[in-house]
Design a protein around this ligand. Sequence first.
Ligand code: N01
Length: 532
Amino acid sequence: MVGAGFAGLYAHHRLRALGLTIQGYEAAAGVGGTWWWNRYPGARCDVESMDYCYSFAPELEQEWTWSERYATQPEILRYLDHVADRFDLRRDIEFETRVTAARWSEAEQRWDVVTDRGDRVSARFVVMAVGCLSASKDPEIQGIDTFRGPTYHTGRWPHEGVDLTGLRVGVIGTGSSGIQSIPLMAQQAAQLTVFQRTPNFTMPAKNAPLDPDAVAARKARAREHRQAMRESRAGVLVPPPQESALSVDTATRQSTYEAAWESGTLFGMIASYNDLLVNPDANETAAEFVRRKIHEIVADPEVADRLSPRGHPLGTKRPCLDTDYYATYNRDNVTLVDVRATPIVEITPAGIRTTTQEYELDAIVFATGFDAMTGPLLRPDITGVGGVALRDKWAAGPRTFLGLATAGFPNLFVVTGPGSPSVLVNMAVAIEQHVDWITDCIAYLDERNIGAIEATVESEDDWVAHVNQVASYTLFPRANSWYMGANVPGKPRVFMPYIGGLPRYTETIESVAANGYRGFELRVSPTATVRR
Ligand code: N01
C-alpha cells in the first residue's frame, strides 16, 4: 500500500478486514497525505467539511463534529489522525519511507517493491493510493538556488510554520494555493509582491462557523445524505441545471449568477446553467459576471483588469474559493506583477528580476502547483510484464482502464487514477468508491484462486477513447491547465480525469465487476493456494 492519506487510510481499513497482510509505505512522517504537506497559511478544503469526510463508518460520522463550513488544514489533519487512531491504521505503515521501484514477476505473479530506505517486500498486489496532487513542482526559473533568502513551496510548507512579519515577500502562482494564502501573507508581510502569469476565476467562500442545529440536522439524516452524494454527478448535492444560459434574459441570468456568487460553493457558478462548460458564448456570460465583480471589489481599475481572466473559459482551470482575495489588492502593501506582460527572467540573490525591473525580496513563496495525476505514479520506477516501464507506456499520456488499472501491470491498482472522475468530483466520495471496488475485486480473486488480474489492451483502448471523447465535447481542452498536463513542460497534452460524471462512471465500474471483471484478464495462481 503506497500512501497514507485519505485513500491509503481507508484502503488499510478495508483490505485488513479481508484478512490480508499489508505493508504500507508513506513518504511523510505522519498520516494525512495532501493535508500533511500543504500547511501554508489559509490552507483549507473548498468542499464543505461535512461532505469532505469518510462515510464508511456511521459511528465516526456521528462522533466527529466539524467546526467550520470549510475546514482548515489543521482540522482536517486532526480528523485523519483521529481516524487512524480510532481504526488502528498506523500499525502496518512504514513512515518517512518512499517507494522508489516496483517490478512485476509473471512467474511468481508478485510485485517486488523497493523503498528509499532499502526495504524490499514481495507483494501480490500493489495499491497506489498516492493522491492526484502530491508531486509538488517548483517553477522552471533559473537562479532559484542563488537567492539569498528562504524559499517555500506551498505544497511542502515547513511544519514549524513561517513568520513573514516585516518581510518583503514575493509569491509566484495564483492557483488555489496562491489564492488562499495571499490574503493571509499580505496581513503579515511588510510588502507582498504577487507574480501572476494567469489570472484565475475565484469566488467568495462565505466560510463561517457551523451552526450546531444544522450539524445536528445533518447528522440525523447522514445516511440518506451520503447516498444522495454517491448518486450525484460530482459527489456533492448541487441541483442539476435544466436550462441554457442563452435561453434566459440578461436580468434572469444576472440574478442566477448573483445567487451562485453568494452561495459560496465551488460548483455553484458552473452549475448555474447546463451549457457553461460546453458553449463558449454561454460561458462568457458567467466569466463576464465574475470580471464585473472583480472591478467592483478592486479599487484600481488597472489592477482589476490585470486580475480579470480572459484567456480561458470559466471552470476549465479548476475554480477557486477564497476569503478576501480580490480585496487584498486594495492594500497598500500588495503589488500585482503581470508576468505575462513582463516575464520573469531569473531569480537573483536579491529577489526576482523581470524584463523590466528587479524586485528585492526577503523570502519567496512558490505556489506553483503539482505534476498532477501522473506525477505521483511515474516518479517511482514501475516495471510491468516483459520489463516494460510505466513511464514508457505513458510517454504519450496516461492510459488506464477505468482509472483503476493499466494493461501490462497486473495486480496494480490505482486509487482515483487518470481516467477516473477523481479531481472533478468530491475526492472523499471518489476515494471510497475506488477502495470499495478494489477490495471487492481482491476478495473475488481470492475466492477463485486467481493469481493475477490485468486490464486488457482492448478494454483500455476503448476506455481511453471514451475519456477523450467526452472531454472533447467540453471547453476543458481550451485551457492550459494541470488537468491537461499543460503546467509541466514536455508533459503530453491530454485531459486526464474522466468528465462523464459519477453516475455513468459508477454504472460502468459496477457492471464490470458484476460481469466477472469484464475487460480484465484473470489468470489462475501458479501455486495451489493463493499466498496472502
Ligand atoms: O497549483 P496550480 P495550486 N512562472 O497549478 C503558476 C488543489 N488545491 O497548488 O496558470 C509564473 O493551480 C501558474 O500559472 P499558469 C486544487 O485542485 C485545492 O494552486 O500555469 N507562474 C498558476 O498560477 C488546485 O487546482 C485546494 O500560467 C507560474 C500557479 O503557479 C490544485 O490543488 C487548495 C510558473 C499554480 O497553480 C493545484 O493548486 C489548494 C512560472 N514559472 C490546492 N509556474 C482546496 O481544496 C507555475 N506558475 C482549496
